[in-house]
Write a protein that binds this ligand. Structure first.
Ligand code: GAP
Length: 527
């Protein structure tokens, strides 16, 4: 995608619809109108997400000898977040549309230019009603009808009427003046209405702990963690003391994080409850910058391994002044989602900021003693921090395909196929007896199902014609279908007894494999 802002709304709508129809992702509390910014993973989404997390864990913890795991608590001591700078510092500038009350991130409003219409108030002659309050509307298109600004202003002032019998149209605007504005960000781009001044909006969810918790008791206050990273820093010393680790080493964690996002959007992309996959990689100060580059390369390779197209992955080297306060170097890894190029992961060199802060605030030493040099110092940290839900969404967007199989002169035939890499595919294999009313076929298929089930997620399906069943599996991305047919029973050709047809999802090609080889055949291909 050449243009960062290029979007494909139709494709995204199809993806969201498939996710619901086939049970990947549902709106949380949909039955009650939905809980904004929260999502529930359905049966297939759960498998997909679990496969991603397992793969990440395998690559970053199991297959390495320098990274250990941690599973920290979600409820977080306020002292931790005071030290980290989150309390008092983790907020977004927010403003409200004076007309619709829509809440916008002030730093994400595109600058606009045009003519601003200013008013000092409005009145209603017959009833004697009036209101004094300055209000403005921006018309940002050339030759726009100025009455549009007046109509918007009347709708704004009508909010102050006590008498809903009076139509906004009947109001008289007071004190109209105009001004030419260039690159301003204090008007709502959707309707031109003036916005409130930006205010800091606390992004953390606060809660009270304990049966006698009093809202005003600061000691009873806890927070839902806004990132998994902090428990790693706070447990750093315990990990070092309980495991014989030497620099460089990492601590990895997968878990929920919570942010009261002002504007959750783009399906699961920006949620209020989400999962992170983070590593804090502790190192000597002189190795920090080099390791940041090494981790960037490592993480890009990971995304390719799980099936994201290299061409859709982009690296942004965040310039000075735009990085988080703690970071001396940050790369963002972005992906071409159908709604534009957006961040998947940040690889940040956090220096000794976090351990330094926790040492200072807790008063406990967090230095590392280097046996070789006999030096004591606070380790530096490189942090690859990935969004689990965002990666699941990227996998879904990447996998979605509509293949036109219409034959010349034939009926329109479009195959929806989710081209997941087998390592992340929710169902690894579907077992399909050719006919459901032939007990020998069903018994054999069940036998194959039970043979494979301890090792992978298997789906058994005997309903409908085999072609339809293949298509149902294509739509959820099952890489292999195993058909149990008459040849499996060896009724006509004894040499074919106990062999099955394997149908490949992507090529739709078929091959014959002996049941005795089936498990190893599949295991080789699904890891
Ligand atoms: N510990 C560093 C940290 O949390 P971040 O850039 O704020 O850095 C890391 O978050 C990753 O977490 C992001 O790259 C993104 O993938 C994911 N993430 C952050 N906020 C999110 C949200 N509201 N919804 C879904 N994922 C989110």
């Amino acid at each position: 995608m050449a243009n960062k802002d290029q979007t494909d709304t139709v494709r995204m709508e199809k993806i969201v619809s498939l996710c619901k129809r086939r049970g990947f992702i549902f709106q949380s509390a949909e039955l009650y109108g939905g809980l904004n910014g929260c999502w529930d993973y359905g049966p297939l989404g759960t498998e997909l997400k679990r496969n991603l997390k397992d793969y990440w864990w395998r690559k970053n913890v199991q297959e390495r000898d320098d990274i250990l795991g941690l599973d920290g608590s979600i409820l977080t001591h306020q002292a931790v977040l005071t030290a980290s700078g989150h309390i008092g510092g983790f907020s977004d500038p927010m403003c409200d549309c004076l007309l619709t009350k829509a809440r916008l991130r002030a730093d994400q409003i595109d600058p606009q230019s045009g003519t601003a219409y200013h008013f000092t108030g409005a009145s209603h002659e017959q009833s004697g009603w009036s209101v004094d309050r300055p209000y403005s509307v921006l018309l940002n298109q050339p030759n726009q009808d100025e009455n549009k600004a007046r109509k918007t202003a009347k709708a704004f002032y009508a909010q102050f009427l006590n008498d809903n019998q009076i139509s906004p149209k009947k109001l008289t605007l007071v004190g109209e003046t105009t001004s030419e504005e260039t690159d301003v960000t204090n008007y709502n781009p959707d309707n031109g209405s003036l916005l409130t001044e930006p205010r800091d909006f606390e992004l953390m969810f606060k809660t009270q702990m304990g049966a006698s918790a009093d809202e005003n008791d600061p000691n009873a206050t806890a927070y839902l963690r806004p990132e998994t990273a902090q428990s790693i820093f706070v447990q750093y010393k315990n990990v070092v003391d309980s495991n014989r680790v030497k620099l460089p080493f990492g601590v990895a964690q997968i878990g929920k994080a919570f942010r009261n996002e002002i504007n959750p959007r783009n399906f699961t992309f920006r949620s209020r409850e989400f999962e992170q996959m983070e590593i804090e990689y502790f190192c000597k100060p002189e190795d920090g910058l080099k390791l940041t580059d090494t981790w960037l390369a490592n993480r890009l390779a990971f995304y390719e391994e799980i099936g994201l197209d290299k061409k859709k992955l982009h690296v942004l080297d965040i310039p000075d002044g735009e990085r988080a306060h703690y970071s001396q170097k940050t790369y963002d890894i972005e992906y071409d989602f159908p709604f534009g190029q957006q961040e998947l992961e940040g690889v940040a060199y956090r220096g000794d900021y976090d351990l330094g802060k926790h040492q200072k605030h807790s008063g406990k030493p967090l230095e590392y003693f280097d046996e070789e040099t006999k030096e004591k110092f606070i380790p530096h940290v490189v942090e690859p921090s990935a969004g689990c839900d965002r990666t699941v969404l990227a996998l879904i967007c990447e996998a979605f395909d509509e293949e036109d199989l219409t034959k010349e002169g034939g009926k329109n035939d479009v195959r929806t196929v989710m081209r997941f890499r087998p390592c992340v595919a929710p169902i690894k294999v579907a077992v399909l007896p050719l006919l459901k009313n032939k007990p020998e076929l069903v018994a054999k298929a069940k036998e194959v199902q039970h043979l494979l089930q301890p090792f992978m997620n298997v789906f058994y399906d005997e309903a409908a014609a085999i072609g339809r069943r293949y298509r149902r599996q294509d739509e959820v991305g099952t890489p292999f279908c195993v058909a149990i047919d008459f040849e499996t029973l060896g009724e006509e050709d004894a040499s074919m007894k106990d062999t099955v047809t394997i149908r490949h999802r992507d090529s739709m090609e078929q091959e014959r494999v002996a049941i005795s080889d089936l498990l190893s055949w599949l295991l080789e291909r699904i890891r």
